[in-house]
Design a binder for this molecule. Structure first.
Ligand code: BTN
Length: 257
């Protein structure tokens, strides 16, 4: 299993890079550093996390075989437009994973799946300044790289996978981190021309055209997804009422058992 090499990343990315062997959460430290004014586009990366965080207050299991990174961005954007960074990050990471594995798909909002199992999760967090403007956005990305689903325990083994399980190519964490960072910044530099990024998002969506469950707190309803709009919201038909609905928060489940 390849270890992260700070010198390699600094040389190939020419940005501010901070590497930890272990940290509670790269997003936590990124937020602290961003609050203290660390520079735009700083990359924070760890070999493992002791308290990795996922969306909706969940934990994110972060053993040695994965990549855990956070990118600090300081865009001059309205707060609403930061939603584009969330969908854009999924497009960026999918591009990288698809260099190693066939059939990498985006499960709304921004999980990456291979053959129906999760290989990557993304947690985007932002903060505003006292004047209401955006202070920073943290894009936190966790990718299961080495090992196999059994490394993730009884509860997760049927729902997660790793790049190694789906690829015959040689894997190196440093190369994958470099590619992910470059693609995220590539998508980020094109937020003004976001239509083409959303086209790519839709092309690789796991949910578009399908019946899925929309989950919001305790609420669960079957919807048929007919479109994903340019803000990343799902446009769908409620399977029961046949009403057209727009869903921009919560999550979806592709499991019907
Ligand atoms: C999810 O699947 O719900 C999102 C998971 C996001 C995990 C990444 S790993 C790097 C960064 N640090 C964290 O604590 N979380 C994100």
């Amino acid at each position: 299993m390849s270890e992260i090499k700070e010198e390699f990343l600094k040389k190939s990315l020419k940005c501010n890079v901070i590497v930890y062997d272990e940290i509670d959460s790269t997003n936590n430290i990124a937020k602290k550093l961003a609050y203290d004014g660390i520079e735009d586009k700083t990359l924070i990366v760890a070999n493992r996390q002791s308290m990795g965080r996922g969306r909706l207050g969940r934990s994110f299991l972060s053993p040695d075989g994965g990549i855990y990174l956070s990118i600090v961005l300081r865009p001059e954007l309205s707060v609403e437009k930061t939603l584009k960074i969330t969908s854009g990050a999924a497009v960026a990471v999918r591009r990288v994973i698809s260099k190693y594995c066939n059939d990498a798909k985006i499960k709304w909002v921004n999980d990456i799946y291979i053959s129906g199992k999760k290989v990557c999760g993304i947690l985007t967090e932002s903060a505003t300044c006292s004047d209401g403007g955006l202070n920073y956005v943290i894009v936190g990305i966790g990718i299961n790289v080495f090992g196999n689903c059994n490394d993730y325990g009884k509860e997760l083994k049927d729902i997660v996978t790793t790049i190694e399980e789906n690829s015959r190519l040689k894997l190196d964490k440093n190369v994958i981190i470099t590619k992910v960072y470059e693609e995220v910044l590539n998508v980020y530099s094109k937020l003004e021309e976001f239509d083409s990024t959303m086209e790519e998002y839709k092309k690789h969506s796991l949910v578009l055209g399908k019946n899925v469950y929309a989950l919001n707190g305790k609420e669960k309803r079957c919807i048929n997804v007919i479109d994903i709009d340019n803000d990343g919201a799902l446009v769908a038909i409620d399977c029961e009422t046949r009403e057209k609905v727009k869903i921009s928060s919560g999550e979806v489940s592709i499991r019907f058992n």
